[in-house]
Design a protein around this ligand. Structure first.
Ligand code: IPE
Ligand code: IPE
Ligand code: MG
Length: 238
């Protein structure tokens, strides 16, 4: 009988390296992003099949608007294409989609497709799939502070009575467990403004493989490494 593996409840992935992949293959950057969506599809399916509770994927940051208009527009087109073509399968797999980030800052068709995906799958009970689009952790925290300040001003809550739970309820990730495992591909070792609060005690792994090349074997290697980590949360495991 095989040993039951200790799986993370919540996996977060910074899908990085599409640009370098495109360059290495003498292709346009948009082609790298397109190949990246194939990895995305495979990782979502696998996560659902093996019973991961929550998967959060960084697709577009609040800082990614700095890229060229051509690249931003290619990413936005791909986003729309992805949600249009995948929604049936995701819904059939009982996946519950949530968007992390400011949808109001997106072009109309993208915003509508994301809202439709959330509404259609909102009651599904399988994998909680969170896609971070126009997301930045600092922006998320600032919004939470403003929401709590407004509640305090209106008398709904007393400032001194604000709890960590109140703060967590004001984040895009409301109701989700903290991130257990953070994976960033491409070898970069930084968070780039992703889930700063939620990753407080995340185990991290930085595989040196570019996102379009990230395989199911690489994913399982990261999950296996997680299973071997000694998590202490500030305490002591004797
Ligand atoms: C990650 O790949 C995807 C997004 C940021 C949308 P990059 O485009 O950042 O790839 P590199 O870092 O340039 O290789
Ligand atoms: C983080 O990657 C954002 C996404 C993967 C969506 P970046 O490629 O934008 O991050 P930096 O600029 O290298 O830190
Ligand atoms: Mg990058």
């Amino acid at each position: 009988m095989s040993e039951q593996k200790r799986l993370p409840r919540h996996v977060a992935i910074i899908m990085d390296g599409n640009g370098r992949w495109a360059k290495a293959h003498a292709l346009k950057v948009a082609q790298g992003h397109r190949r990246g969506t194939e990895t995305l599809r495979a990782i979502i399916r696998e996560s659902s099949d093996i019973g991961i509770e929550a998967l959060s994927l960084y697709a577009f940051s609040t800082e990614n608007w700095k890229r060229s208009p051509a690249e931003v527009s290619a990413l936005m087109s791909l986003l729309l294409e992805y949600f249009t073509s995948e929604i049936d399968e995701l819904d059939e797999k009982n996946v519950c989609i949530r968007i992390l980030g400011d949808k109001d800052g997106l072009p109309g068709p993208q915003r509508q497709a994301l809202i439709a995906a959330e509404e259609r799958t909102g009651r599904n009970t399988g994998l909680k799939l969170n896609i971070a689009i126009n997301y930045g952790a600092r922006d998320e925290l600032l919004r939470a502070v403003k929401a709590l300040a407004a509640k305090a001003q209106s008398g709904e809550i007393a400032p001194e009575a604000i709890t960590a739970a109140d703060l967590e309820d004001a984040l895009y990730t409301r109701g989700l467990p903290d991130v257990d495992l953070l994976i960033r591909t491409s070898g970069e070792m930084r968070l780039s403004n992703f889930l700063l609060y939620q990753c407080a005690y995340a185990e991290m792994t930085f595989p040196a493989v570019l996102w379009p090349d990230f395989s199911l074997a690489d994913y399982h290697a990261a999950l296996d490494a997680f299973g071997k980590r000694d998590r202490r949360f500030g305490g002591r495991n004797e």
